[in-house]
Design a protein around this ligand. Structure first.
Ligand code: MN
Ligand code: MN
Ligand code: MN
Length: 290
């Protein structure tokens, strides 16, 4: 599909559904995006592509273009980094196998979080968190919701601040594969790897440049330049880094559910600055007019 220069396009290449820690079904995410005027959407659930079939069906009905997406967790210098994969072949057998391994990692991690939070004495914490995740493997947001409903904390923010956030007892990160590994999976399945929300890791500029260098050496090509929850200063900094090093620029809301905690689908804080090469020019199905 080619988009003419005059056509209005709205692109959102990062969001979540109930297939991971979002609260809307994949179909509802797509319909909501379409209602918000999104023309090209990538559903990027954490470490799973289970939502893509339902999303694709809804995308066909809503007349919007769905790009295969995922957000993979990995480790770089003992930090958890999120890599968005776009436009991969979801039927590729090595890819499918890698995702099965990643699901096992997530379950192992869920068990470890459960164990670390034993001292909070919440009865059947893992079971309840799994229920929160719709029967799927729970992540930290699901544990947070249980801690809220059990009255351990007043809200999810407090759950992260006290127990689940970076450096806290429930912040388990040991089981993720390396940055090189996950970038390799995405590339081998014909996809494009993108560093998600680069400012969220709270790294110094020097460290972020080092991350991007290692990422590029592993075959990574893109970085999110326009994401939610960043300042205009962040945007300028990321745009400059992206432009200078020649990465492909991506944009996405990182929508998880409606409400004030997450950016709305397709409602990005601004536009991609000029002079960047948009990642979608390299995705099958999107050839944006210039
Ligand atoms: Mn999430
Ligand atoms: Mn993320
Ligand atoms: Mn995300």
């Amino acid at each position: 599909m080619t988009i003419s220069a005059t056509q209005t396009i709205r692109i959102d290449l990062h969001c979540h559904s109930t297939a991971s820690d979002g609260m809307l079904s994949p179909g509802d995410v797509v319909r909501r995006a379409a209602n918000n005027g999104v023309t090209h959407l990538a559903l990027t659930d954490h470490d799973t592509t289970d939502g893509l079939a339902e999303a694709r069906q809804a995308a066909q009905e809503s007349g919007i273009t769905l790009i295969n997406g995922i957000e993979l967790s990995c480790l770089w210098r003992s930090l958890t980094i999120h890599i968005v994969g776009l436009g991969f072949d979801n039927a590729d057998s090595a890819w499918t196998e890698a995702l099965t391994g990643q699901a096992q990692n997530r379950w192992q991690r869920a068990h470890m979080i459960d164990e670390r939070l034993r001292k909070l004495k919440v009865n059947d914490l893992l079971g309840k968190a799994t229920h929160e995740a719709g029967g799927d493997v729970p992540g930290r947001p699901h544990f947070a919701r249980v801690l809220v409903s059990e009255g351990v904390v007043k809200d999810s923010a407090q759950a992260f601040k006290r127990y689940l956030g970076a450096g806290k007892v429930g912040d388990v990160k040991a089981c993720w594969p390396s940055l090189e590994t996950v970038v390799g999976w995405i590339r081998a399945a014909g996809g494009i790897a993108v560093v998600a929300h680069p400012r969220k890791y709270k790294m110094t500029a020097t460290k972020l440049r080092a991350l991007m260098k290692d990422f590029a050496a592993a075959g990574g090509q893109g970085m999110e330049v326009l994401t939610s929850g960043q300042s205009s200063g962040d945007l300028g900094f990321l745009a400059e880094l992206c432009r200078r090093e020649g990465y492909w620029a991506s944009q996405g809301s990182d929508f998880h559910f409606p409400g004030p905690s997450w950016c709305e689908l397709g409602r990005l804080p601004g536009v991609l600055p000029d002079g960047l090469e948009p990642v979608w020019q390299h995705l099958p199905g999107i050839q944006a007019g210039t």
